[in-house]
Write a protein that binds this ligand. Sequence first.
Ligand SMILES: [Fe+2]
Length: 259
Amino acid sequence: MEQPKKLSRKKALKYLTFGSASVLFAPALFTTSCAANGNRRQGSYLSYSAIFNATYPFSLDPLPYDDDALEPYIDTKTMEIHHGRHHQGYINNLNNALENHSNLQSMTLSELVAGLNDLPDEVQTAVRNHGGGHLNHVIFWNTMTPGGSSATGRLADAIDRDFGSMENLKEELKSASGGVFGSGWAWLAADNGGSLSVVQTPNQDNPLTEGLTPLTGVDVWEHAYYLNYQNLRGEYVDAWLDLVHWEKVSEMYEESLGE
Ligand SMILES: [Fe+2]
């Protein structure tokens, strides 16, 4: 049987079409069933395969740290609402969209997002918004850690090769996140050959739809920072840069190389 990560990688490589119709998606439309009642159940970091190869029905994993673990950079209330309400809302809506499409229920999350342009018309927008929303947030939670960490191995080498230094990469991420008009994300992503780039995506689009593997990303929807930072997105992104779990991102990069 083929290894899950190989399946994901090969499938992802099939889909190189990028179509990012910018569909405005308001958090107020979420059909949430999970109250932001303080998700105190600390989980563990998900593997690369667990992140990309999850299948229907999708579920919300506990954060790999306590809700208050990222204070003061990201406040506890924001974490509770962001994870317990917003992320849960994407999952609920994704499951609802796939409920009557049994032929799509065996597809992995990465296959759905990478190949969304080939999905039936009636589910494309839902997978773009809610499948992307689910995947984006799983990556976000799993590539932060209190105090941050350092890049290692081939990722550290690739950062120096493709950006000159970690500081340059951080500047590019900050610039890209500041340049997102409205809601969206800024990502560090790898192409099929392992070359790194910083890319933006609107709304809940994911680099997988462009044929790139996302390694880490910063959520610049206002729901990610408004309680603590109001309009000061740049200060929030500076805080995020201090929380990036580069050691986990290094593991993600190794897995993405598929060797
Ligand atoms: Fe978010």
